[in-house]
Design a protein around this ligand. Structure first.
Ligand SMILES: Nc1nc2c(c(=O)[nH]1)N[C@H]1C(S)=C(S)[C@@H](COP(=O)(O)OP(=O)(O)OC[C@H]3O[C@@H](n4cnc5c(=O)[nH]c(N)nc54)[C@H](O)[C@@H]3O)O[C@H]1N2
Ligand SMILES: Nc1nc2c(c(=O)[nH]1)N[C@H]1C(S)=C(S)[C@@H](COP(=O)(O)OP(=O)(O)OC[C@H]3O[C@@H](n4cnc5c(=O)[nH]c(N)nc54)[C@H](O)[C@@H]3O)O[C@H]1N2
Ligand SMILES: [Mo]
Length: 784
């Protein structure tokens, strides 16, 4: 573990720092030379899809693209470390629960299916068939299939996801919470009614052609490092790159490409953003409204900045939007965005001068109360200049998990369209359940209230990724049975139901052999490219099953007697599953043939052809007023009367050394944090106003609508203040440690996504003494 220090980072993103970090990663995972071979097979036509993120690769066939965090993700899976039955024999679950998330992950790959034994408080090995029989017994004993909940994390392949949703629907429920509910759900909810598709419309070719790329609430230097290559190339050919972010993120400022011999040898780098707007947390809708207002002003003044032709031919609702904007005052837009009128007008001028523009966005946009509205305003702004369905232009929500988009395409969705259910019913000969199921937040509430009784997870780390941590833990512990299909030990395995199973599976880097020979799976990236992924490493243990095999055997054990689906036959050869996918989804015509071509194929995206599959058969402008009633507004109003207590808005985010809830290490190099994670970034004037100093320790407490006598207290204690370049009144800290602060009810309107980027909080000095290194020894969530 590196020494604890805070040290401003002066270098570019990437560069030698990234190469050094890769060496350290391989050492940590005990990966010898063989590891290098593994890494070279990432994103190659005959290799596996990198499990790091959903950013597409150039034709999926070019030379190896170096990506530091891709290496971390691959190495974490290819690690030589093993968490076998000895580990579980040596520790009770109560003891394991005392360990940090970092420690749990660090034990290595799980090797055997394990079952919880209440008498000894230990996990014991169990045979696969017994494990499936146990789950089947629970599922078949439920009086109502809607008491079972089936979670999915976005690494599951198309084949696994397709079988899973089929099994669960044949079993009888649409309870499909997934990581997308916490992630880009608002992007789909916002865009579908507007343009008929819930996905981005652009491809990498559009990045080559565009005049301007606007990046809202995204940190690609850490989360999508290969995106920096595209941004760098765009910058070099003179495109404008405009970032909106409360934090100055290094990867959005400068990048040295580790594959560029000149940059590496000369220690030079390429600037990324041409313009950087440090807006207030949650201020995006105000900025976008201001930009739209400015375009209308210019148009009214006789200029031609709107694409009136596109607006009249292709859209409806523009006049309502224009009317709404006239009602917004600059005073409010400045106040809400934290930017000046001049800055917003300048951003709009860059947009107006660009012949084509791409808007990218990430979690800084989606995880707020008004995220759906903000996304619809972004699309409105694109449509005002016809920036959709033509080269170099369009919306680009940048997805997280490597197959999160594909899982939704395959039907992992608690609100399935009727047409999908009709088709499943026809192809597989059953009557699918029609009632919508529970999303992630609703599932937690259902388990808490005793309505959800069996919780099954295909990947992920539900106990750590979700909001209101201690409420969620109570909910999971109320379950009769919790089951996790997984590769590594994590928090969700030690926060379990009355009975519990850990089912270890193959990772994407591993060779998957079924009766029909070695198998590949397919995934869909953030730009709707579908391609094959084939593992190259021997499995971490001979006892592992693939995810499709686990789903098929579970289905056979649970509903085999009544189902028409030949579950075990399907997994003998995944091409058979792909044939079924083709039978259900028209867009997958000739699936097996098309995916056999190196690089795969792109799924049809009607909006990118200017075909609008909306009820109006047009692209729809949707008006939104800039919100002035968010949880932060309400909390500030409540405290305004109480003198000098400052209500901050806290955003929760990822460090450079983590993959969501997987903590690889304790450094956040680009933000200058080393050897620790319990830090909170804050403006230095705010530190002084609190009467504190840089480096002091504070406790964080949420101010929520349910506050009052007997209300739930949401706290996370012992965070070190780090003076940082962030707007006054805003804070930033890492997740998952801060998830106890996110109220379960604090969600995006019309999407249900936890508002984990805008939590109203107050800070108080931490009074108890803080032991050296305390922040990573204890359980990551410990209060006090
Ligand atoms: N190495 C690595 N790669 C990953 C992941 C990982 O954990 N590690 N996670 C994967 C997943 S599932 C996802 S969804 C993506 C996440 O990738 P991102 O979307 O980049 O998510 P975050 O790290 O949460 O960063 C959000 C960014 O938004 C900014 N922000 C916060 N609030 C606001 C706001 O109100 N307005 C604006 N404009 N900006 C704001 C933050 O300062 C930060 O720069 O990455 C994927 N890739
Ligand atoms: N406060 C706050 N909360 C957030 C967010 C935030 O920004 N702030 N971000 C949200 C977002 S965007 C997301 S996507 C969610 C993430 O939620 P999840 O997807 O549930 O969480 P992960 O941490 O990605 O899951 C990691 C676990 O997946 C398992 N795993 C890894 N590879 C495989 C595999 O190949 N197969 C199987 N079966 N299991 C595997 C490992 O056991 C590992 O521990 O978190 C959300 N929570
Ligand atoms: Mo995500």
């Amino acid at each position: 573990m590196s020494e604890q220090k805070i040290e401003f980072y002066k270098g570019p993103a990437g560069g030698w720092g990234a190469l050094r970090s890769v060496t350290a990663t391989l050492l940590k995972q005990d990966i010898p030379v063989k590891g290098a071979k593994t890494l070279l097979s990432a994103n190659q036509p005959d290799g596996f899809d990198c499990p790091g993120c959903a950013w597409p690769d150039r034709n999926h066939a070019s030379t190896f693209e170096f990506c530091e965090n891709g290496v971390k993700a691959v190495a974490a899976e290819a690690t030589a470390r093993r968490a076998g039955p000895e580990l579980f024999a040596a520790h009770t679950v109560a003891q394991l629960a005392q360990q940090s998330d970092f420690w749990l992950e660090d034990q290595g790959r799980l090797t055997h299916p394990m079952v919880y034994d209440a008498a000894s408080d230990k996990y014991l090995p169990i045979a696969w068939d017994d494990a499936f029989a146990l789950v089947a017994r629970h599922l078949n004993a439920l009086p109502d299939p809607n008491q079972a909940i089936f979670y999915t994390s976005g690494r599951a392949s198309n084949e696994a996801a397709f079988l899973y949703q089929l099994f669960v629907r044949e079993y009888g429920t649409n309870n499909f919470p997934d990581c997308s509910n916490m992630c880009h759900e608002p992007s789909g909810s916002g865009m579908r009614p507007q343009i008929g598709v819930g996905k981005g419309t652009v491809t990498l070719e559009d990045f080559e052609k565009t005049d301007a790329i606007f990046i809202f609430g995204q940190n690609p230097g850490t989360n999508h490092p290969r995106m920096l290559g595209e941004l760098r190339a765009a910058h070099k050919r003179g495109a404008k790159i405009v970032s909106f972010n409360p934090l100055r993120e290094r990867g959005l400022e400068r990048f040295a490409d580790p594959q560029d011999k000149f940059e590496m040898a000369t220690l030079t780098s390429t600037a990324i953003s041409t313009h950087y707007f440090q807006l207030r947390v949650g201020g995006d809708m105000a900025v976008v409204a201001g930009m739209m207002k400015h375009l209308i002003d210019r148009q009214d003044a006789g200029e031609s900045v709107l694409d009136l032709d596109f607006i009249s031919t292709h859209t409806s609702g523009f006049s309502d939007v224009a009317e709404g904007l006239r009602g917004e005052t600059w005073a409010v837009l400045e106040e809400e965005s934290g930017l000046s009128e001049a800055q917003i007008r300048a951003a709009a001028d860059i947009y107006a001068e660009a012949k084509s523009a791409i808007f990218c966005w990430g979690m800084g946009i989606t995880q707020h109360q008004n995220s759906v509205g903000t996304i619809q305003m972004l699309v409105n702004l694109l449509m005002m200049r016809g920036n959709i369905g033509r080269p170099g232009a369009g919306p680009c929500p940048v997805r997280g998990h490597s197959n999160v988009q594909g899982d939704r395409t395959m039907g992992i969705w608690e609100k399935p369209p009727a047409a999908l259910l009709d088709r499943l019913g026809e192809v597989f000969g059953f009557e699918p359940p029609r009632a919508h199921g529970w999303d992630t937040v609703e599932s937690i509430a259902a388990m808490r209230d005793g309505k959800g009784k069996v919780f099954f997870a295909l990947g992920g780390n539900f106990a750590a990724a979700t909001p209101d941590t201690y409420e969620t833990w109570k909910a999971l512990r109320r379950c009769d049975l919790t089951v996790h299909v997984t590769t590594k030990l994590n928090r969700s395995h030690v926060v379990h139901g009355r009975e519990a199973l850990i089912l270890p599976c193959l990772g994407r880097t591993e060779i998957d052999i079924q009766a029909g020979g070695p198998q590949g799976v397919t995934v869909e990236d953030s730009m709707s490219m579908v391609h094959i992924s084939t593992g190259i490493n021997p499995p971490a243990s001979e006892h592992l099953l693939s995810e499709p095999a686990i789903v098929a055997r579970l289905a056979a054990a649970t509903i085999g007697h009544s189902s028409n689906t030949p579950w075990l036959w399907l997994v003998e050869d995944y091409a058979r599953i792909r044939d079924k996918i083709e039978a259900v989804f028209a867009d997958f015509k000739d699936f097996n043939e098309r995916v056999a071509v190196p690089g795969g194929f792109r799924l049809r995206n009607t909006a990118s052809e200017r075909v609008w599959t909306t009820p109006t058969k047009k692209a729809n402008f949707v008006a939104h007023a800039v919100p002035r009633d968010t949880p932060s507004h309400r909390a500030r109003a409540r405290f305004a009367a109480k003198g000098d207590t400052v209500v901050f808005t806290l955003l929760t985010t990822r460090s450079h050394d983590q993959y969501n809830t997987t903590i690889y290490g304790h450094d956040d190099r680009y933000r200058g944090v080393f050897g620790q994670r319990r830090v909170v970034f804050i403006h230095e004037a705010d530190i002084r106003a609190l009467g504190l100093k840089d480096g002091d320790w504070v406790d964080i407490q949420t101010v929520w609508d349910d506050a009052g006598d007997g209300a739930q207290v949401r706290r996370a204690d012992r965070f070190k203040l780090v003076a940082y370049d962030i707007p006054r009144g805003n804070l930033a800290a890492y997740y998952p440690e801060t998830n106890p602060l996110v109220p379960l009810d604090s969600v995006a309107l019309n999407a249900g996504t936890p508002a984990s980027k805008s939590i109203p909080v107050i800070l108080t000095p931490h009074t108890a003494p803080v032991a050296a290194k305390a922040d990573h020894d204890a359980s990551a969530y410990a209060i006090g």
